[in-house]
Design a protein around this ligand. Structure first.
Ligand code: IFM
Length: 478
């Protein structure tokens, strides 16, 4: 409870959703004309994912979507955020759409609407058609133009029935894990390519937003989901404060400044000047990127704690994004990352609900008046099915409770937070970690693909149905 007497009660129109992404759940990787994305290629490359796991079958949502929607309805959710697989609807990344690919998403959307669940579509959750990567990928400008074409095709097909749209999910990961540290697809390790990718993802967001608006009813809302980070300095020494500011520019400013303010931070341009000259930012790009948005999506898991490293490069990275000898932070090799104190999830990420409150309040300042959604928040834990076939996950309930209390506190403090999407609806392919990390509120048995709601799903469903946070169950006696 947010105070001793009253459970936290949310506004009546609050959106209670869950989120997923195409590659992490759909499977059906070679069906109906779908071609490989960069994640198919990457996951099939030896050594890139834990146990060599891939998304070929994932949790077979492509064939089981009706049951999955029925389960969401039974739990009491009123919204579902999913992504469209680009290579399923436009296999080569250019030219006309494949009708059978679009039809899958129309059926999914119709099923959701029939169950009273509001769909929110993310256009890009990291599965670039391999052909576009072969042509240069996000470091090349043309990929942004291709994205706008793809956005238009999907907008034309679903714009009559989907009101909530998100252009990109976590462009930071696409640019800096995909082209910097290489722990994500396509696995390149080139700091210049990473910064070029960041700019072209920004451009794709701007062009994609305009393309969507050109074909959709004006009532529809367009947003972007940023994994904006809370970056804390280890101390208040000038060197540590400078390290935190540089990481903040690379984690946040590089995306939100152009999107919200039509500029790149001067401090970012200065700090990266030895890496790149930014000559790929052409006249007019920043105006294109700065499209008026209807909302902003924030994905939050954990804060970052950084310090100056006195010129000593950080060894194994402690920034929570996977081990690589290559940095995802161009021009900031002299910054050290530290484990923030406190309890950790199975990802090793520190549980810090205050960080979510801090992040929301930052965007109240950064983008006054812009409605906010928490488009991802959740935790991986080592869940086990007990002898009775149940999955008890009190740590996840505590995590969700703490973070929803933080959202509630932000609303009380004046933030216009309209909804929350739990990551994730069900256990799924956790990128380089394969199936080893379970983020779902629904357990999936990977041998049988059977779905079993965990106790967190029942807890969250009750919150969704009542609009108030239920009591957190007492931890079972050991
Ligand atoms: O699984 C991912 C998701 O695809 C993007 N945001 C973070 C999640 C947990 O790592």
């Amino acid at each position: 409870m947010s105070d001793a007497a009253q459970p936290a009660t949310f506004p009546p129109a609050f959106v209670w959703g869950a989120a997923t992404s195409a590659y992490q759940i759909e499977g059906a990787a070679r069906e109906n004309g779908r071609t490989p994305s960069i994640w198919d290629t990457f996951s099939h490359t030896p050594g890139k994912t834990a146990d060599g796991d891939d998304g070929d079958i994932a949790v077979d949502h492509y064939h089981r979507y009706r049951d999955d929607v029925a389960l969401m309805a039974e739990l009491g959710l009123n919204a579902y955020r999913f992504s469209v697989s680009w290579p399923r609807v436009q296999p080569t990344g250019r030219g006309p759409a494949v009708q059978v690919g679009l039809d899958f998403y129309r059926r999914l959307v119709d099923e959701l609407l029939a169950h009273g669940i509001k769909p929110a579509v993310t256009l890009y959750h990291w599965d670039l058609p391999q052909e576009l990567e072969d042509a240069g990928g996000w470091p090349e400008r043309d990929t942004a133009l291709r994205f706008a074409e793809y956005a238009q095709l999907v907008g034309e097909a679903l714009g009559d029935r989907v009101e909530q749209w998100i252009t990109l999910n976590e462009p930071w990961c696409s640019a800096f894990l995909g082209y910097g540290s290489g722990v994500h697809a396509p696995g390149r390790t080139d700091p210049v390519a990473a910064l070029r990718a960041a700019h072209h993802l920004n451009l794709a967001h701007g062009l994609g937003t305009s393309a969507l608006r050109s074909v959709m009813p004006t009532r529809n809302q367009v947003a972007v989901s940023l994994n904006s980070s809370v970056v804390r300095p280890l101390s208040h020494s000038p060197a540590d404060l400078d390290a935190a500011r540089r990481i903040d520019d690379l984690a946040n400013g590089v995306f939100h400044d152009p999107m919200l303010h039509g500029t790149y931070p001067a401090t970012l341009l200065a700090a990266t000047s030895t890496v790149t000259d930014w000559s790929y930012v052409l006249d007019g790009d920043l105006r294109t990127i700065q499209q008026p948005l209807d909302a902003l999506g924030l994905n939050y898991y954990t804060p970052m704690l950084v310090s100056a490293a006195d010129g000593v490069p950080d060894g194994p990275r402690a920034d929570g994004h996977g081990a690589s000898p290559f940095s995802p932070w161009p021009g900031a090799d002299d910054v050290a990352f530290h484990q923030a104190p406190g309890e950790r999830t199975e990802m090793g990420w520190t549980v810090d609900p205050d960080g979510l409150h801090e992040l929301i309040m930052r965007y109240v300042q950064e983008a006054p008046g812009l409605p906010l959604y928490i488009t991802e928040n959740g935790a991986a834990y080592e869940d086990e099915v007990d002898a009775g076939g149940r999955v008890h996950d009190p740590e996840r309930i505590a995590y969700l409770h703490g973070h929803l209390v933080a959202v509630h506190r932000a609303i009380t403090d004046g933030a216009d937070v309209r909804g929350y999407y739990l990551w994730s609806l069900m256990d799924n392919f956790e990128w380089a970690y394969g199936y080893a990390k379970r983020f779902g509120m629904v357990h999936v048995d990977y041998a049988t693909l059977e779905r079993t709601p965990k106790s967190s799903a029942r807890w969250y469903g009750e919150a969704a149905r009542t609009g108030a946070l239920p009591e957190v169950p007492a931890a079972p006696a050991v």
